[in-house]
Design a protein around this ligand. Structure first.
Ligand code: NDP
Length: 284
């Protein structure tokens, strides 16, 4: 069976068009959705991500306010910036680009962001709301995975989902979202015994490991849906996922490519969350 390719670019572009339209509606009511992006230091990858986020905001009619702070910024100074943004009525979402320099405690910063502006969904309040099944903001990458499954027509109710990876930004939240959609969820990690057997039981496999092609094609059950969150650079330019795409696509019914799969969804969901926040502001 040749798998259907789940086109993340197309899904993201459709969602961005809808976000742009809704954002124009809000602007007509004089509510301009606003996202503050805070970057500390000059990590080249972070700079690229931040400029991609700004460009996407502009394209979708979201005002983006950028704070580029020097690497030696103290934790207290960064907290003061967050406090100012928390109080700024024009700002609906605050994103602090991670990783932060070593001398700054990441948890202190993430916890200082007002949960109602935490469009990344990393504040413990938002994590707690996700756990209790009453989410306010969902983290962007896993939320993007859920939108892709929805757009592909995958009904999770009663299905076996295997998530490989248990990070706070992908593995754990995506597992919770699948659970909320009534799937039976298994979370695997580096100590999991007999990973191939666990994956072989899955109707839906979600890989978020960070190791090129570690999920092998012959582990995949015939007809399973495969979502590959992994982004791994091999050699100078080539990007590959965590799943052996060539082999897995011969057994899966649908699969995401890398690049062009989950990647484009992450920023889209950031825009989506910012818009949701602005809509809440508009509704008082
Ligand atoms: P982390 O490094 O935080 O987590 C990796 C997870 O994989 C850990 O839970 C680890 O287990 C598990 N793992 C490592 N080795 C194995 C193994 N041999 N068998 C089973 N599990 C294993 O990664 P992230 O969650 O942050 O990211 C995962 C991938 O997704 C990366 O490639 C990253 O680049 C990509 N990514 C892509 C995004 C996008 O927008 N498309 C956004 C975020 C991430 P343990 O906990 O035991 O150590």
């Amino acid at each position: 069976m040749a798998a259907k390719i789940i086109d993340g670019k197309a899904i993201a572009s459709k969602m961005r068009a809808a976000i742009k339209a809704e954002s124009a509606d809000l602007r007509a009511k004089e509510i301009i959705p606003g996202l503050a992006v805070v970057l500390v230091g000059d990590d080249p990858a972070s700079r690229v991500y931040v400029s991609m986020k700004e460009k996407a905001c502009t394209e979708c009619g979201i005002f983006s306010d950028e704070y580029k702070l020097p690497a030696e910024t103290s934790e207290a100074d960064l907290l003061a910036v967050i406090e100012k943004l928390n109080d700024d009525p024009q700002i609906d979402g605050i994103l602090v680009q991670l990783p932060l320099p070593k001398h700054i405690n990441e948890n202190n910063i993430l916890e200082a962001i007002l949960p109602a502006k935490d469009v990344d969904g990393f504040h413990p309040y938002n994590v707690g709301r996700l756990v209790t099944g009453n989410p306010l903001f969902r983290p962007c990458t896993p939320y993007g995975v859920m939108k892709m499954l929805e757009e592909t027509g995958v009904d999770l109710n009663g299905k076996n989902v295997v998530v490989v990876g248990r990070s706070n930004i992908v593995g754990k939240p995506v597992a919770l979202m699948c659970l909320a959609a009534h799937a039976t969820v298994t979370i695997c990690h580096s100590r999991t015994l007999d990973l191939p057997a666990k994956v072989a039981d899955a109707d839906i496999v979600i890989a978020a490991v960070g190791i090129p092609a570690m999920v092998k094609g012959d582990w995949i059950k015939e007809g399973a849906v495969v979502i590959d969150v992994g982004v791994n650079r091999v050699g100078d330019k080539k990007l590959v996922g965590d799943v052996d795409f060539e082999a897995a696509s011969k057994r899966a019914s649908a699969i995401t490519p890398v690049p062009g799969g989950v990647g484009p969804m992450t920023i889209t969901m950031l825009l989506f969350n910012t818009l949701e926040s602005a809509k809440r502001r508009a509704n008082g």
